[in-house]
Design a protein. Structure first.
Ligand code: NAD
Length: 453
């Protein structure tokens, strides 16, 4: 069957109204959850094959995320999907006003490879919660996980409801010609633009979850030990192939050397070796070569070793980097951590402000004034004070970018809203209406209308 035919089946199925039934959605969640638990081995095997990712990390950063999302919606679905009463203004008395959440309809989710299950299934779960049908196109770069997802979904759900479509650039180009009610894309800013253009052809709304260079600032008022420990964990998780990973550090000159020592200490302590089961490999040779080319050997403070045949790059810290260095011209998306020193905190904020708005930004300080300036000066999708990455694990916060790092957001209730149309409905009584709005407009009516408006 072609993808166009599957989409037609999904359109017909959506029109039956089945997916709008809250009990139907709950049944799908129960099933989805069982499948994820029962088929964990299939999922673990695929991440191990694709990038040597351990079961533990696949569970903590992917499977548990999706299970938590499902549990959130199982708990909150009936309240989320109820119409919400809002105030009714004087001109509309006697009446009541409500927002009805209706599913958008037929959704296309396009995923990235770096957290393949989470990035394809978390939006899918939110689309199910809102009552939609969904075609999922995972990244072909992580081929084994794409196949595992196709097996899990296509063998267990009817294709008129959920379907995983396997394909690369040419197949995705073809799907993008179809008319969907929403496209949810996770990936690079470059491909985000292609998706946005294709969507414009049908006036299809999009959510774009993109990337960029996410900074970490460490000021003289930071707890250096805590900063180093948390930055190293967040940076080298998944070997730096994380959209919200700290891309580079801006360190106050006064504490830079102390910070560098601690960063090195934690890399060694966390034992990120080639054979270590908690250190992920680079996804493919193309990315391996791209990352290696960003290393300026003269600036290596720690690390720098690599083995192409194992797609292993040692966690590497680069010191005394400046804004013109190659490594500062693109998102690193790998285990290299450049450190740029600064003298003046305002200058550091300014340098971030004049560049593209990052997906995330992080500040380590215990100074409230520095925190306020950080939050008020620079724009970024989301972030943390005194931590990295963890903001995205709180389902009560929206997750998404701004400017070139994306548009729209999801997680928790925000995901439900992303895949819903908010239908505004005013309901009037058929009695008790003053005659004021109807002509002829006498002087006394005009006087009253002016007063009321
Ligand atoms: P990518 O943009 O290369 O690919 C993403 C998806 O788009 C894949 O499914 C791929 O098949 C498809 N695609 C690629 N080229 C295409 C084309 N020309 N036409 C149509 N479809 C095409 O991104 P990637 O390499 O998979 O992921 C890395 C990027 O994604 C990084 O920039 C990272 O920051 C970003 N990312 C963002 C988030 C987020 O939540 N904001 C999460 C993960 C990754």
């Amino acid at each position: 069957m072609t993808i166009a035919e599957i989409l037609q089946l999904q359109k017909k199925f959506f029109q039956t109204q089945h997916t709008k039934d809250v009990d139907f959605r709950i049944e799908q969640f129960e099933k989805f959850k069982d499948l994820l638990v029962q088929h964990q081995d299939l999922l673990y095997e695929a991440t191990a094959l694709d990038f040597g990712k351990s079961q533990f990390e696949t569970f903590t950063t992917e499977i548990s995320f999706i299970l938590n999302d499902i549990d959130y919606y199982l708990k909150n679905l009936s309240s989320l999907s109820k119409p919400k009463k809002v105030k009714t203004n004087l001109a509309n008395q006697i009446g009541s006003s409500k927002i009805h959440y209706e599913p958008l309809g037929n959704i296309l989710v396009i995923g990235a490879w770096n957290y393949p299950y989470q990035l394809s299934f978390s939006p899918t779960v939110a689309a199910i919660a809102a009552g939609n049908c969904c075609i999922i196109k995972p990244s072909e770069i992580a081929e084994n996980t794409m196949k595992a997802m196709a097996k899990l979904i296509n063998e267990n759900f009817p294709k008129e409801y959920l379907y995983v479509f396997e394909g690369g650039i040419s197949e995705t180009t073809e799907i993008l010609k179809e008319r969907f009610d929403k496209i949810f894309f996770t990936g690079s800013t470059k491909v985000g633009k292609i998706v946005y253009q294709a969507a414009a052809e049908h006036l299809t709304p999009v959510t774009l979850e993109l990337g960029g260079k996410s900074p970490v600032i460490v000021t003289e008022n930071a707890d250096i030990e805590v900063a180093a420990k948390r930055i190293i964990w967040g940076k080298f998780l998944n070997a730096g192939q994380t959209c919200v990973a700290p891309d580079y550090i801006l360190a106050d000159e006064k504490i830079k050397n102390r910070l560098l020592e601690k960063l090195k200490f934690y890399i060694q302590k966390f034992n990120y070796q080639n054979e270590s089961e908690h250190y992920t490999k680079i996804i493919n040779e193309k990315n391996f070569d791209r990352i290696i080319n960003l290393i300026d050997p003269k600036k290596i403070y720690f690390g720098g070793n690599s083995e192409r045949e194992n797609r292993f790059i040692e966690p590497t810290i680069l010191n005394d980097i400046n804004w013109n260095d190659n490594i500062m011209q693109e998102e690193i998306f790998g285990p290299l951590l450049p450190v740029i020193p600064f003298k003046d905190y305002n200058e550091a904020l300014h340098e971030i402000m004049i560049r593209e708005k990052p997906l995330s930004a992080y500040l380590f300080t215990n100074n409230p004034e520095e925190k306020d300036r950080f939050l008020n000066t620079i724009s970024f999708g989301g972030g943390c004070i005194n931590d990295v990455i963890m903001h995205l694990s709180n389902e009560n916060l929206p997750f998404g970018g701004v400017g070139s790092s994306g548009m729209g957001n999801y997680h928790g209730k925000f995901g439900f809203e992303t895949f819903s149309h908010q239908k505004a409905v005013l309901e009037k009584k058929t009695w008790g209406e003053p005659d004021l709005k109807y002509p002829p407009y006498t002087d006394s009516k005009k006087k009253w209308i002016k007063r009321l408006l």
